[in-house]
Design a protein around this ligand. Structure first.
Ligand SMILES: Cc1cc2nc3c(=O)[nH]c(=O)nc-3n(C[C@H](O)[C@H](O)[C@H](O)COP(=O)(O)OP(=O)(O)OC[C@H]3O[C@@H](n4cnc5c(N)ncnc54)[C@H](O)[C@@H]3O)c2cc1C
Length: 440
């Protein structure tokens, strides 16, 4: 997502800025104010605060070591998850956490402390990280872990690149019985039923997630498809390893009117009714299960020139039953349009000071940018605040500092660590200026 003099995140809302790429990440991070990976965060978290240059890691992608006995993978921070999947799935190892796209780097996975469909079992990516090598704001290169500068380690997991540049990551992969997925899916009638179904499924399934229809109203509000899965046993799986999926490309930015209420409604109807009434069971390709949208290269172009954002929050549904429904009611009352909505239950909070997930229900809603988007995000954030929830920085573009501060009592602890490791405030991002009050 880099143009001549503009940069953007996945939501394609451009800002002035440039990136420098090199295989020598240590060299390009010296003096840099931010490092980015593949730019799959939606908003401005990987964008420069001052329209200047950010270091970009994707060319620094060497594997430095792999221990067959322990599963410990050591690699440069620019290594993409797609490469880890390609190399390790056929060898019966997997990344312990797989977010919805595999076009992310190790550094981006650490900095956002990403979660996957197994959050209720395996927590965030950071739980499996053993060690980081970082370049600090003052230029020093240090190793950090749970035993070595543990405060820096905790602040960096989910710290959105604001504590230092991650150069290398050591993460423990997991053994799998086969590289295929045994999956089961079923229709769910509405949002309250979804919350209950996710909870029930969590007891038996390591992977759970739901797609829901945010345009349906009344009793059907939040109806959708629940997907559950586990790694298939060797006996269930095809003998061959899964070949990387072929991709189709959205060739150009579509006109803004392509996505409107009617087309989204039609898509949602089709998606819901295409699924049989009874549960569907099958052995499926791991990419189709974990990264379904990756088969459409540049799918973000369908939102047109204005781009889009995602609003993702986690609501402590256990403490406040009905929180997920109230959020969707807010969305539909304001005629918010979205056709890609994801619901997931979250397990325990991670170690990262600012890590996103906490016990509750996570809801992710893609929203076209354009007139009214700021007011809509404000309204959703007021609801998140009222429910005692929080938003995910990796998806955010429009939150206001006051709302973010009010939902993040952990911010003060995070800022203390930032001041300790970067007393002169050299490291920053466009998002940190907007939300944390950094000087550009
Ligand atoms: C289709 C789609 C589905 C997604 N699904 C999920 C999901 O299921 N779960 C989830 O948790 N997330 C999900 N995400 C978000 C994505 O996983 C995160 O935004 C991730 O951080 C992107 O990685 P990246 O390498 O592209 O990082 P970028 O977007 O380039 O950067 C993200 C942040 O990490 C920092 N950063 C990146 N590399 C470094 C480094 N080497 N050193 C220091 N800081 C660094 C940046 O400064 C920035 O703050 C999804 C995104 C998309 C587009």
């Amino acid at each position: 997502m880099a143009g001549a003099e503009t940069l953007s995140g996945w939501g394609r809302i451009g800002r002035p800025g440039r990136e420098t790429r090199s295989e020598d990440l240590a060299a390009i991070t010296a003096g840099a104010r931010l490092t980015r990976g593949l730019g799959r965060s939606y908003g401005d978290s990987s964008l420069p605060a001052d329209g200047g240059t950010v270091a970009a890691s994707p060319l620094a992608d060497r594997i430095l070591g792999f221990d067959e006995a322990t599963g410990l993978l050591e690699a440069e921070a620019g290594l993409a998850l797609s490469e880890i999947n390609r190399l390790f799935w056929p060898r019966l190892w997997t990344s312990p956490v797989l977010p919805g796209t595999q076009q992310v780097t190790l550094g981006g996975m650490v900095a956002a402390d990403v979660h996957g469909k197994n959050h209720h079992v395996d927590g965030t990516f950071g739980r499996h990280v053993e060690r980081l090598v970082m370049r600090l704001a003052d230029g020093r290169i240090v190793a950090t872990s749970r035993d070595r500068e543990p405060d820096l380690f905790r602040a960096t997991l989910g710290g959105m690149g604001l504590t230092g540049h991650i150069l290398e990551v050591a993460v423990r992969l997991q053994r799998i019985p086969s590289p295929w997925i045994w999956s089961e899916s079923e229709r769910v009638a509405g949002v309250d039923e979804f919350v209950a179904a996710l909870r029930a499924a969590a007891a038996d399934w390591p992977f759970t997630v739901g797609w829901f229809d945010a345009l349906a109203t009344g009793r059907r509000l939040g109806r959708g498809i629940l997907m559950k899965g586990r790694w298939a046993t060797a006996a269930e799986a095809p003998a061959r390893p899964p070949a990387p999926k072929r991709r189709v490309t959205v060739p150009f930015t579509l006109p803004g009117w392509t996505l409107n209420r009617a087309s989204m409604w039609a898509f949602n109807q089709l998606y819901y009714h295409r699924h049989p009434r009874r549960p569907r069971r099958a052995v499926v390709h791991p990419e189709s299960f974990f990264h379904p949208l990756d088969v459409i290269h540049h799918w973000n172009r369908i939102y047109g020139r204005r781009g889009f954002t995602q609003h993702q929050c986690v609501l402590p549904e256990g403490e406040r039953p009905g929180a997920a429904r109230r959020l969707l009611e807010e969305l539909t009352a304001r005629r918010g349009m979205s056709f890609l909505c994801v619901i997931k239950d979250c397990g325990e909070e991670g170690e990262g000071i600012l890590s996103f997930p906490r016990p509750g229900i996570s809801i992710a809603i893609d929203l076209p940018a354009g007139p009214g988007i700021q007011e809509l995000v404000d309204a959703l954030n007021r609801r998140v605040l009222a429910e005692g929830g929080r938003i995910y920085l990796a998806k955010d573009t429009f939150a206001r500092a006051a709302d973010f501060r009010a939902m993040e009592p952990r911010l003060a602890a995070f800022e203390r660590q930032r001041r300790r490791w970067d007393p002169e405030g050299r490291l920053t991002s466009a998002q940190a200026v907007r939300l944390f009050g950094d000087a550009p």
